[in-house]
Design a protein around this ligand. Structure first.
Ligand SMILES: Nc1ncnc2c1ncn2[C@@H]1O[C@H](COP(=O)(O)OP(=O)(O)OP(=O)(O)O)[C@@H](O)[C@H]1O
Ligand SMILES: [Mg+2]
Length: 449
């Protein structure tokens, strides 16, 4: 997970709420909602720490932009550490997980059937030790997992399982309609902002200090990131640049700061960061990686660490993004060609992971390509069988640039495209069928094999 440096400042009321949440004997769910960089992940670290101290077992997962189209990528993260309990479930629940994790064939379970199986599994795992599930960046959780956890999250009362979810307020989330109890995370007070700033950036020029406080408006990420940006420029120039963005929401202005640092990197390091970003590096869910594959490892990126874009994970020694916003900015500032090249490399890295490989292949190609169509159909079939909801034909990079994933391009010469392929996901495993329509010869032979 992206790094959390230093002790928490302020947040007395939130800490009190979280402390009561952990000590409460019953199971329950709590959503932390707030703007980018306001300190949700910091509070999740805090609640995880409290729960560990109170002998809870803590399992962490995170939504990842790059995986938000992979069915059950999030569910897999939570359940991976609990796999040993699955054998103790009854036959019906075991069969449900068998289908969902592609171990056996069968009809995809409904959200309710799966959520009940998940509740059963969680209760079993919590029978000896209280369990806390911590979900960061819930706005990027894949739809299938979000539905299951929305359903399960409303039914934890009476169990020893707690679920805490962080959501960015400015991004629509699949949890928005889940009717879960919420705690709004506001900006820090003026006094706490000053403490945070003075702790991390002591001795700032008073003029710059004032500009930082005014611009950050209590946002901790901005309080930490603005000083180097402003101090690195001639007095006044950084402030002018920032005030040139007045009216632009703070997260966008922070992206601008990261964007300027990214632009200064050498081409090879930028490409390395892009591959890491498109593979979701540093989102803290390596252990439960859907499909069990390994993550891309960023190498030779000291330059980016030096400019404050990357940190080094103290456990693995690998480079990780300093903040999720760096990851999104890397993707958004890349050109479509750069993104395609990165996806092509990642498709080779994930040879053994059909869904991930297909997703990257799809995003790596602009012209019709039989290999990609074949992979995509295999993937759609596998995903549809597991969830009744195969991956959407788009990726983060494509999404950001507005250019669709390859299956859409692959079949462009074959009109007309059914409108549903461009809209929200199909409620059933309909991608194979739709590809059949669009690319009859190739897709049919593969999709129905
Ligand atoms: N109360 C606090 N005291 C000290 N540092 C904090 C506090 N709140 C947040 N921070 C630091 O500010 C930075 C941004 O916080 P954090 O990553 O938790 O924000 P976030 O709300 O999770 O953002 P995002 O929506 O992008 O995930 C982090 O480096 C974090 O350690
Ligand atoms: Mg966060």
């Amino acid at each position: 997970m992206e790094s959390l440096g230093g002790a928490m400042i302020g947040r007395e009321s939130e800490r009190e709420t979280l402390s009561a949440f952990v000590s409460d004997s019953g199971g329950q769910t709590l959503v932390l909602r707030g703007e980018t960089g306001v300190g949700k992940s910091a509070l999740l670290h805090h609640v995880a720490h409290l729960a560990t101290r109170e002998d809870h077992r803590v399992i962490r997962a995170a939504g990842v932009e790059a995986e938000s189209d992979l069915p059950f990528a999030g569910l897999h993260q939570f359940l991976y550490p609990l796999l040993s309990h699955i054998d103790r479930l009854d036959d019906a629940h075991r069969a449900t997980f068998g289908v969902v994790f592609g171990r056996s064939e069968g009809k995809p379970p409904s959200v309710m059937t799966l959520a009940i199986a998940v509740l059963d599994l969680l209760s079993l795992a919590a029978s000896q030790t209280n369990l806390l599930l911590v979900l960061d960046d819930g706005q990027w959780l894949d739809a299938s997992s979000a539905e299951v956890f929305g359903f399960a999250g409303r039914r934890l009362t009476g169990s020893s399982v707690k679920l805490v979810i962080a959501l960015r307020s400015e991004i629509p989330s699949r949890f928005d309609t889940a009717a879960l109890p919420e705690l709004h995370v506001p900006p820090l007070s003026e006094q706490d902002s000053e403490r945070l700033l003075d702790t991390h950036h002591p001795g700032l020029d008073p003029q710059i200090r004032r500009v930082v406080l005014d611009e950050a408006q209590g946002n901790p990420l901005a309080l930490l990131e603005l000083p180097p940006f402003l101090s690195g420029r001639k007095t006044g120039r950084g402030a002018e640049e920032l005030s040139g963005h007045q009216g632009v929401p703070l997260p966008r202005r922070l992206q601008h700061l990261y964007g300027t640092r990214i632009k200064d990197l050498s081409d090879s390091v930028r490409a390395e960061l892009l591959r890491g970003a498109l593979d979701g590096v540093g989102a803290g869910r390596e252990a439960g990686r859907a499909g069990g594959g390994t993550l891309y490892r960023m190498m030779d990126a000291d330059e980016a660490a030096f400019s404050g874009l990357l940190d080094i994970d103290p456990l693995s020694g690998d480079f990780v993004f300093r903040h999720p916003l760096v990851r999104s900015t890397v993707v958004q500032t890349a050109t479509p060609n750069e993104r395609r090249a990165a996806h092509a490399t990642l498709a080779r890295v994930h040879q053994g992971d059909i869904e991930r490989r297909a997703t990257h292949l799809a995003a790596s190609t602009v012209d019709p390509d039989d290999e990609v169509a074949a992979e995509w159909c295999r993937c759609a079939r596998a995903g549809g069988e597991r969830s009744g909801r195969p991956p959407e034909p788009r990726t983060v990079g494509d999404h950001a640039s507005g250019c669709g994933g390859l299956p859409r391009r692959r079949v462009e010469p074959v009109p007309p495209l059914p409108p549903a392929r461009r809209g929200p996901r199909a409620p059933d495993g309909g991608h194979v069928e739709r590809l059949d329509h669009a690319a009859p010869d190739h897709a049919r032979s593969i999709g129905r094999r």
